[in-house]
Ligand binder design. Structure first.
Ligand SMILES: C[S@@+](CC[C@H](N)C(=O)[O-])C[C@H]1O[C@@H](n2cnc3c(N)ncnc32)[C@H](O)[C@@H]1O
Length: 272
């Protein structure tokens, strides 16, 4: 089954503004793994489900060429609008049918995207296009480990966030549940003997209240909720921002909260 939940122009723009860029820590883990398993040169990286290109831009300085692939043209339009990355090209396509010859790719990445792919078609395709000893890196963060800190009200902010997630629960799809489970099933199905799953990479970042609410707006379950009940969905965002600000005792949505996230990363290397 192909999921098409990231198609709208407005959703793509929300994505570009509010989604987290994968952290340097995770990027370094992936590049070190690639160096250990395959070594130089780092010619071609392909970023699957690249969305608006956050991860493609992060890895671009380390490769001669990066190709971002996404099923959504609107997401790609946002990605192409970011200047300054001459070695990245963005192409519309799917992770299950890649436009590359056999044995031509050094690194395949998917940031917060692999759970949307059709595992039974994606894994053979990944195996086909990777060079011998080329690597697969599937990364994301998992909301179980998310924590907020702001003066003494971090717990209360977390309670508000959890309430929002609870309200959106009926709109949660099976792929999102698989991501929360750190891609356990997909990991088991990877046909390469050389593989590992790093389950917890803690990362700290600062996010404004405005962007936290924007992040909620970018969730697929929020978009499903919005398609069913646009007014209630809009009220949920306004009300969540109001509750965050009240709890923090501030009026500006630019006020930043410290956010602790738990990333995970599935790594695998194709046999020689
Ligand atoms: C949650 S977004 C992640 C985007 C970006 N990688 C990031 O880190 O923010 C998932 C992306 O995967 C894309 N996608 C979903 N299924 C896909 C498939 N089968 N092949 C390629 N892209 C797909 C969606 O269009 C969307 O842009």
């Amino acid at each position: 089954m192909t999921y098409r939940l990231f198609e709208g122009k407005e959703h793509a723009s929300i994505y570009q503004q509010f989604r987290f860029t994968p952290p340097e820590e995770v990027k370094n883990i992936i590049l070190q793994y690639l160096d250990r398993k395959k070594g130089q040169p780092h010619s071609l990286a392909v970023d699957l489900g690249c969305g608006t290109g956050q991860n493609s831009r992060l890895i671009a300085p380390h490769f001669q060429e990066v190709v971002g692939i996404d099923i959504s043209e609107c997401q790609l339009e946002e990605a192409r609008g970011v200047p300054g990355y001459p070695n990245i090209t963005y192409r519309e396509g799917t992770a299950e049918e890649l436009p590359f010859p056999d044995g031509s790719v050094d690194l395949l990445t998917a940031a917060s995207a692999a759970h949307w792919f059709d595992e039974s078609r994606f894994l053979p395709e990944a195996s086909r296009v990777l060079k011998p000893r080329g690597c697969l890196a599937l990364l994301s963060y998992n909301d179980y480990g998310t924590r907020f800190y702001y003066k003494d009200c971090g717990e209360k902010l977390m309670k508000i966030y959890k309430e929002v997630k609870q309200l959106l629960l009926p709109h949660t799809t099976a792929p999102v549940v698989a991501c929360e489970g750190k891609l356990e099933k997909l990991y088991s199905a990877i046909p390469f003997p050389d593989k590992e799953r790093i389950e917890c990479i803690p990362v700290n970042t600062h996010v404004s209240v405005r962007n936290l609410v924007g992040l909620i707006e970018s969730f697929s379950m929020f978009q499903i909720y919005k398609s069913k009940d646009p007014r209630c969905a809009q009220d949920l965002l306004l009300n969540t921002q109001k509750r965050f600000l009240e709890e923090m005792g501030v009026t500006s949505p630019d006020t930043e909260v410290e956010v602790e996230l738990e990333y995970f990363c599935v790594l695998a290397s194709k046999p020689q």
